[in-house]
Design a protein around this ligand. Structure first.
Ligand code: EPU
Length: 335
């Protein structure tokens, strides 16, 4: 069924708590609905939202906001080692993680308690504690808004990298994602390399997906704000990746700076850079840097999108001045 609304309030659809509205809001709950919408013609000025947990609305949205309510989860293949799970784009991400852990399937436990929906995870390759959604995605099904064709993107075609995919670049705005298929393990292949995750999980008993999920939830609760308390979009900035030369120069001037070598360059900690610029716990009006995790910006109540944006620009500028490093927003700014 397709539900259409006009002048629709988005307060319940963005975790930053922006009190804005969409000129049109459309929800669909199956793939046939998507074909119908696309054949009718989709507003060129449209966005698809998931849980609205990675968006910053600067003002009322004058176009169409689309939201998936495709909620089915189905096992499409199973063998002794793994299971292929086809999941509707409207399923709440953490419901999927809980469901897979409850069934004894492994792989998603490190990604526990991330806000948002399954469709968005395939676009932005959500990641935490050493695992990224793209590691487990087998394929992404979508309907093209250009020619209403059904498209299936293989893992390779999705081109996953740190917080990025083809859906943020060449395919941006061209598809409506309907289903994502994940390959989950039935044997133990836990990723426990990040920080003190292993220690905390072991402290909870045997090493299991259930205990890793509990450990991750504990760590996240201690570092990240509860969006029911303060508006926020999780990490506002990405961890910047700089060239090896730039990293060497920075290490000379700031030997204590955390650095993580990757294949494309050296990843720095945005939290550390922001903290070193003196922003930790700072607040201007209704916007501030979260006290336990400086790469998270919070709306203390009543902030406008513009206030949050202007605040983030000040943070970027001071990091640029002190370290010569460009911070890139992870949050998508919607005008
Ligand atoms: N740090 C500080 N000060 C702080 C907190 C952290 O300097 O107050 C530094 C430390 O050097 C620490 C490092 O930041 O070692 C890493 O901190 P953390 O483990 O919190 O991870 P992060 O790199 O800051 C990323 C993701 C988070 C994800 C965590 C855990 C991005 C943009 N963010 O943060 O994702 O939960 O790793 O894997 O990559 C999100 O996207 O919304 C999100 C919360």
């Amino acid at each position: 069924m397709i539900n259409r609304y006009t002048q629709f309030p988005l307060l319940g659809h963005n975790t930053f708590g922006m009190d804005v509205q969409a000129a049109q809001f459309i929800e669909f709950d199956c793939e046939d609905d998507v074909f119908e919408l696309v054949r009718e013609g989709i507003d060129a000025h449209h966005i698809v939202i998931g849980g609205g947990s990675n968006l910053l609305f600067l003002s009322d949205y004058t176009g169409t906001v689309l939201h998936s309510r495709i909620m089915d989860i189905e096992v499409v293949e199973e063998n002794n080692d793994s299971v292929l799970l086809r999941v509707g784009s409207g399923v709440t991400w953490d419901d999927l993680v809980a469901y897979s852990v409850d069934n004894g399937w492994q792989g998603l436990e490190n990604l526990s308690a991330i806000p948002g929906e399954v469709g968005a995870s395939a676009v932005q390759n959500v990641g935490a504690y050493g695992v990224e959604a793209g590691d487990l995605i087998e394929c992404v099904e979508a309907v093209s808004v250009i020619d209403a064709s059904k498209r299936c993107f293989s893992k390779k075609e999705c081109r996953y990298s740190y917080r990025s995919s083809i859906f943020k670049h060449e395919e941006r705005g061209k598809n409506i994602i309907t289903y994502i298929t994940f390959r989950l393990n039935k044997t133990s292949k836990f990723v426990l390399t990040y920080g003190n995750l292993k220690e905390i999980a072991v402290g909870l008993g045997e090493l299991s997906a259930k205990n890793i999920r509990a450990a991750v939830m504990q760590i996240r609760a201690s570092k990240l704000p509860d969006t029911k308390e303060f508006g926020s979009a999780g990490s506002f900035f990405m961890n910047p990746v700089v060239s090896y030369e730039k990293a060497d120069a920075l290490a000379q001037s700031f030997p204590e700076m955390p650095m993580y070598k990757t294949v494309t360059g050296v990843k720095l900690s945005a939290a550390w850079l922001i903290e070193r610029c003196g922003w930790k716990e700072r607040r201007v009006g209704n916007v501030g840097v979260y006290k336990y995790q400086p790469l998270v910006l919070v709306n203390y109540g009543g902030a406008t999108g513009k206030e949050v944006y202007d605040f983030s620009a000040m943070v970027c500028q001071s990091v640029k001045e002190k370290f010569g490093v460009e911070l890139v927003r992870e949050v998508i700014v919607v005008e």
